[in-house]
Design a protein around this ligand. Sequence first.
Ligand code: ADP
Ligand code: MG
Length: 393
Amino acid sequence: MSSAPNRDQILYDEFVSRLQTRPSLMAVAPGRVNLIGEHTDYNDGFVLPVALDRDVRVLFNPRQNRRVRLYAVEFDAWAEFDLDDLTFSEEHFWSNYVKGMAWSLAERGLRLIGIEGIISGNVPRGSGLSSSAALEVACAKAFMAAANQLDALPGEQIAKAAQRAENAFVGVNCGIMDQFISTLGAEGHALLIDCRSLEYQLVPFPTGAALVIGNTKASRSLANSAYNERRAQCEEGVRILQSVLPGISALRDVSSAQLEVHKDLLPSIIYRRCRHVVTENERVQSTVDALSRGDLAEVGRLMAASHASLRNDYEVSSDALDAMVSAMSSAEGCFGARLTGAGFGGCAVALVKRGQEGAVRDAIFEQYAKAMNIWPEVYISTPSAGAHILALD
Ligand code: ADP
Ligand code: MG
């Protein structure tokens, strides 16, 4: 009986058939899910993401010139360009992440050489698990390895260069979390990131737990305008609170006790937005403490509290996300669940007892599909390795 070829073999064969030669190297960079710490990044706060066992891969050979030639398997398209002529492509949007990465690495003084190869990923695209950061970071590793400069930049600089590629070259506004976890994640760990100082710390993830991610497949059309509005509301909260707390420069600097004392200064909606951010930062710290004690029930409670706060105070949930979280939470073995990402659609994440992943998946397919009339997708994962390079022969 022959077994189905695995992904490694399929990609290797794809490379050989597209390029008529063998690949020598493969860059791998994972997608991510944020365990807790939502809408805290732009408030100079804390986030706690995990790298997934889903990734974007670049199989490649270095070239002796400055031309880049890459085939994107999922888009069935080639892009070819010169490192000395990096211009935005309307035709192959995905290639802008590659070009942007080359551009921002060059900006940091790396001397690049051309590569040829294929790109393929199994991070769902456009679902909030950050396939874009995975693509950027995989390309960063590929360019650095090809030029024999893998150690030229520390992980946090790679992450910053990738964020710059997405902000300034691709033209998509995003924080630093996604590129950071994709670069610096580690198997069996979550990553606590201080979005102000960019200090970070790996936090061991209890071996008795797994993550189940439910993709609502619901439209995220409201997300952009709401995101900008929430940011503005947080800034207004800071401006008002500065009249009594002159030392603060972001909601990160405000404790929930201080917020309660000065509550009457704030319009009610601004107060609720601030309360989400301030309590969410505190929940991230509490989650780190609970993880270090192996107290999964407490982590689950904190995730449920995060979801309630995002729904009631920050108002970025949706019927689909609430239905997903409720389906997950009803299943045996689920410690807690919450929406993850900016909100209004995308994914929810559940912390689940190992061995009970199937029960949570079944509950999602039964209850969510019935409640929303949408067929969801479910991904089961444990915290996985950050970006790396593998030699293929
Ligand atoms: P998310 O990061 O949440 O998955 P984005 O809209 O930020 O969603 O990024 C998705 C884009 O990233 C895709 O439209 C594509 O341009 C690029 N991308 C992601 N994965 C791949 C891939 N496997 N191959 C080529 N491009 C990809
Ligand atoms: Mg993205």
